[in-house]
Design a protein around this ligand. Sequence first.
Ligand code: SF4
Length: 386
Amino acid sequence: MPGQHALLSPSAAHRWMHCTAAPRLEATAPDSESTYAQEGTLAHAYCAKKLKSFFGLDTKHEDKEIAELNAQYHNGEMDEYTETYKYIVLKKFNTARMATKDAQLLIETRLDFSDYVPEAFGTSDATIIADGLMEVIDFKYGKGVRVSAIDNEQMKIYALGAYLKHSFEYNIDRVRMTIVQPRIDNLSEFEMLVSDLLEWAENELRPKAVEAFSGKGEQNPGGWCQFCKVKCGCKALAEKCTTIAQENPTPGLISPKKMATDILPWLSNIKAWCTSVEDYALQQALAGVSYPGFKLVEGRSVRKITDSEAVAGLLYKEGYDPSEYMKPATLCGISDLEKLVGKKRFTVLCADYIIKPQGKPTLVPNEDKRQAYNTASDDFNDININ
Ligand code: SF4
């Protein structure tokens, strides 16, 4: 759930458990809330309001957030996806009530993890408590990165907080962590024993959290740098991205094995790092920072017509046919149309007119869920030539 954050925020746990220096370094960077975060806040407010309204609970807090952000971010797609979330949570709650009559559904519950993570707190979007199994459900409105619940540090911290809060009322021995990310049809679940969760909290979470909080943590670059606020200025990441070639000092060509172990796994990090450093350096230069050997120049621009109607009128008077100078109206892209009418409704209306052509071949790690691409050479693998 977006909003106020502790130094060791659960949502950044994957990062600070790998790079314990990150939280203190990030605390020096200015705080800015992106439009995506505001859109997420509004979607979360709708999720909570829909569930609370279903049970006749007070929704003043959600109504206030909705009033502040609605005009800017609300659309049909948001209604549809928050409805999907409500349906999933209610369905899970019904299942829990079949097993435990007095099962509870808690909406937007504040959780305290400070026994394990100094000064940390957070809000669980939905928690279902019943004998045996407790479930924490997290709604994600982003669609850029598919978030898995499997061994997800943030979810384990929420499960830990919920367990610490409710283990006195119920006999809980298993926890299920569920991520609902409806914009990309992602429903990810992960279940573990409470004993394993507590062991992880004691042996992995607490030591890493204490190290990160102390300010004596170590910088350790990796995939978790992607959303780090200081990635543009981080020396450890810069060193990693610029010395990869030097880790292969033998002259000659890089072998496929070296390529697979040393370079390909780092390529997306390097690309992201290059883009973010370029953007950051430009912003700094615009703010007056000088980089020796570099200067700011005006980028290339294209000419623009200031009054389309006036130009069209002049061309008409000159005797040109409108079909020669006016573009025909074109339909918006699928994403925009889905945003307008909602994904489900759009599918009902237009499924007969949508096709999905084969995508371009892309090299990805084996863990990727997509089926392997059939190359031309694969077609001849089973042919024996004598
Ligand atoms: S960019 Fe990466 S290595 Fe650097 S502080 Fe952030 S998480 Fe750590």
